[in-house]
Design a protein around this ligand. Structure first.
Ligand SMILES: Nc1ncnc2c1ncn2[C@@H]1O[C@H](COP(=O)(O)OP(=O)(O)OP(=O)(O)O)[C@@H](O)[C@H]1O
Ligand SMILES: [Mg+2]
Length: 112
């Protein structure tokens, strides 16, 4: 299993939800976030030398998917979330060892 942490523009939440639904996933955790990347949150050219961190609103969507679906979902997310402008966000991908469905005690991939 792979965990995808998608940090992107708040207005792109529906796009992410549609891609997950299309791939038959319904489990996700969505958190309002503040963040910055390489530009340190400075959006105007003349501010490029400002070394302060200016945190901008983002959303953080965490979802865990099967290994065999991960690559296709990641590609779709990248293609549909890009605007070509700085601040589109990032997708962090990591391996997940196990999952426990608390209600039943079931473990592993079948719980997703
Ligand atoms: N290295 C990182 N670690 C954790 N979160 C990050 C990291 N880089 C970016 N983020 C998160 O992603 C959001 C968007 O980042 P952003 O798209 O600006 O990245 P970037 O590397 O500056 O790329 P770009 O040049 O396209 O803007 C940030 O506001 C922050 O929440
Ligand atoms: Mg940036």
């Amino acid at each position: 299993m792979k965990k995808l942490e998608i940090i992107t523009r708040p207005e792109k939440l529906d796009v992410v939800k549609k891609i997950l639904a299309k791939n038959e996933y319904s489990g996700m955790t969505v958190t309002a976030a503040m963040g910055c990347g390489h530009q340190r949150g400075n959006i105007k050219d003349f501010e490029q030398l400002n070394l302060d961190m200016n945190l901008l609103p983002k959303i953080h969507i965490m979802t865990v998917v099967w290994d065999e679906d991960a690559e296709e979902i990641i590609c779709e997310l990248q293609q549909q979330l890009t605007t070509g402008n700085v601040g589109d966000g990032k997708i962090f991908v990591s391996a997940i060892d196990d999952v426990v469905r608390i209600r039943t005690g079931e473990r592993g991939e079948k719980t997703l």
